[in-house]
Design a protein around this ligand. Structure first.
Ligand code: NAP
Length: 280
C-alpha cells in the first residue's frame, strides 16, 4: 500500500500518545500536519518538530463554535485537509452508579461530539473535492466491554456506529471513513489523561478495585507500540481499499473475535424467540 502524494493531515490531540506518533510518522513521510493542542507551550513544541511542515492550532474539541473558524484559518493559503484523524479523547473510569451524569456528558462531548464537530467542519470541502479520508480513533472498547468503563465504552461504541453509518453516506462522494480500534497501547491514556471517579459505594469494591489497580499497574507497560500503529495509519490513509473498521493489536483481535463469536452463539440460541415477534 503506502501513499504516493503529499497529503495534508489534520490530527486532533498531537501533544502525546497516538496523536503525536501519527503526526511524527506523517511528517517523516513528507506530508504536512495541522495538529490540535490545548495550550501555547504545546503549540510551540509541536511546531518545532518540523518547521514549515507542522502547524498547531490551539483548540479544545469541545469548543464547538470555534472549530470551523480554527480550521478555516489553519488551511488558509495552504492545501485543504486530505485526511482528518479524530484522535483526541480520554478514558473515564468509574462504576456507573458512582459516576455523575456530568462526567458522562464530558466523556461524550470529547470522544463523540468533538469528533463529529470536526467531521462536520471538513466534510463540505471533502465533498466538493470528491476526495478525503476521515479516520476516527475508537477503541477495542467500541466492541468489547468491562466493568468500570461504561461511559468510555459507550462513547466508543457510539463513534464506531457513527463512523460506519457515515462511511455509507459519503462513499459516493469519494470520501472514505475508517474507524480504527486499538487495543492497549503505551500512551498517557491510563496515566495522566484518565479521569477516575472517586469510589463511594463499598458494594462495588470487589468488581472495581482489582480492575482499577490492574490498569494503573499496567500503564506504561502495554503491549501496543504507537509508532507501529502510526505506520499502519499512514499505509491506510487514502488507500483505495481502506477498511471501514480496523483493529490494532493482538489483544484487540483476540477479544473482539471472542465477543463476536459469543454474540453469534447468543443469536443462534435465541433465534426462535427473536423471530417469533414478526406479524408472519
Ligand atoms: P494520550 O497520550 O493521553 O493523548 C490524548 C490526546 O487527546 C492528548 O493530546 C490530549 O491533549 C488530547 N485531548 C484530550 N481531551 C481533549 C479535548 N477536549 N480537546 C482536544 N484535545 C484533547 O492518550 P492516547 O492513548 O494517545 O489517546 C488518543 C486516542 O486513542 C483517544 O481517543 C483514546 O481513547 C484512544 N485509544 C487509546 C488506547 C490506548 O491504549 N492508549 C486504546 C484505544 C483507544 P492534552 O495533552 O491537552 O491533554
Amino acid at each position: 500500500m503506502g501513499v504516493s502524494r503529499k497529503l495534508n493531515f489534520l490530527i486532533t490531540g498531537v501533544s502525546s500518545g497516538f496523536g503525536r506518533a501519527f503526526a511524527d510518522a506523517a511528517l517523516q513521510a513528507g506530508h504536512s500536519v495541522i495538529g490540535t493542542v490545548r495550550n501555547q507551550e504545546a503549540k510551540r513544541e509541536f511546531e518545532n518538530i518540523a518547521p514549515g511542515g507542522a502547524k498547531a492550532i490551539v483548540l479544545d474539541v469541545t469548543d464547538f463554535s470555534s472549530i470551523d473558524g480554527a480550521i478555516a484559518s489553519a488551511v488558509e493559503g495552504v492545501s485543504p485537509i486530505d485526511v482528518l484523524v479524530n484522535n483526541a479523547g480520554y478514558g473515564h473510569e468509574g462504576a456507573l452508579e458512582e459516576s455523575s451524569l456530568d462526567e458522562m456528558r464530558r466523556q461524550f462531548d470529547v470522544n463523540v461530539f468533538g469528533a463529529v464537530a470536526m467531521i462536520k467542519a471538513v466534510l463540505p470541502s471533502m465533498r466538493a473535492r470528491r476526495s478525503g479520508h476521515i479516520i476516527n480513533i475508537t477503541s477495542m472498547g467500541g466492541f468489547i466491554t468491562m466493568p468500570g468503563i461504561a461511559y468510555y465504552c459507550g462513547s466508543k461504541f457510539a463513534l464506531e456506529g457513527i463512523s460506519e453509518t457515515l462511511a455509507k453516506e459519503v462513499a459516493d462522494f469519494g470520501i472514505k471513513v475508517t474507524a480504527v480500534a486499538p487495543g492497549s497501547f503505551r500512551t498517557d491514556w491510563a496515566g495522566r489523561s484518565m479521569v477516575r471517579s472517586p469510589r463511594s459505594i463499598p458494594d462495588y469494591d470487589a468488581v472495581i478495585d482489582p480492575i482499577r489497580s490492574a490498569r494503573q499497574d499496567k500503564s506504561g507497560r502495554q503491549l501496543g507500540d504507537p509508532a507501529k500503529a502510526a505506520q499502519v495509519l499512514l499505509d491506510i490513509a487514502c488507500a483505495p481499499d481502506a477498511p471501514v473498521h480496523l483493529l490494532l493489536g493482538r489483544d484487540a483481535v483476540k477479544l473482539v473475535r471472542e465477543k463476536m463469536a459469543k454474540m453469534g452463539e447468543d443469536i443462534d440460541a435465541w433465534e426462535k424467540v427473536s423471530v417469533s415477534t414478526d406479524f408472519q
